[in-house]
Design a protein around this ligand. Structure first.
Ligand SMILES: [Zn+2]
Ligand SMILES: [Zn+2]
Length: 161
C-alpha cells in the first residue's frame, strides 16, 4: 500500500502514465484507471448536486466520467457493494458502488452513460484538474471559483452560470 499521504505534489503526473492507482480507506478495493491523458488536459468534473454531496460527504463531489474498459477494480476482500439510488433528480436510478467495510465511495453507474462509469476521484493520490462543474446553481456562496473551469447551471454542456 502506498504511504499514507494526502499530498498530491509527492506524486508526479508522469508516474500515472501506466495507470492511476487508488484504493479505499481499508485497502480492500483497489482501482486502476488506464488512460495516458489523465493529466495532459483537464479531465473530470465537480458536481454540487444534493446526491453527490451526500455520497462524497462534502460540498461537492470530484467525479470522472470514463469508459468502463479503462477501469480495473480489484475487490480483494469482496467488500464492494452497491446501493441503488432511486431518489435522483432525473428519476433514473443510479448504482452507487462503495466499500461495505470502510464506506469509501468508489463509482456510480447510470444507464444514461452507456459503457461508462463515474469514478469517485477522492480514491486517488492525485486528481486531474477538473474540466467543468455541474449543478453550479447549487454552489454555496462561500465557495471560490476555479479559473479555467466552466460552471454549468445544472447539467454538463447545458446553460452556463
Ligand atoms: Zn474499504
Ligand atoms: Zn451530482
Amino acid at each position: 500500500m502506498p504511504p499514507l499521504t494526502g499530498n498530491p505534489n509527492l506524486h508526479a503526473t508522469k508516474d500515472f502514465i501506466e495507470g492511476l492507482v487508488g484504493h479505499c480507506l481499508c485497502g480492500s478495493v483497489n482501482v486502476t484507471i488506464n488512460d495516458p491523458d489523465l493529466f495532459t488536459r483537464r479531465r473530470g468534473h465537480l458536481c454540487h448536486c444534493a446526491n453527490c454531496r451526500k455520497v462524497s460527504g462534502s460540498f461537492a463531489a470530484s467525479n470522472l466520467i470514463i469508459e468502463q474498459d479503462k477501469i480495473q477494480i480489484e475487490d480483494r476482500d469482496s467488500t464492494l457493494a452497491m446501493f441503488l439510488d432511486t431518489e435522483t433528480g432525473s428519476g433514473i436510478p443510479i448504482e452507487r458502488w462503495f466499500c461495505s467495510r470502510c464506506g469509501n465511495p468508489i463509482k456510480s453507474v447510470t444507464p444514461t452513460l452507456e459503457g461508462k462509469v463515474v469514478m469517485k476521484m477522492g480514491l486517488f493520490p492525485r486528481i486531474p484538474a477538473p474540466e467543468f462543474e455541474t449543478f453550479g446553481l447549487h454552489r454555496h456562496e462561500w465557495q471560490g471559483y476555479h479559473p479555467g473551469v466552466e460552471v454549468y447551471k445544472i447539467k454538463a454542456f447545458g446553460e452556463k452560470v
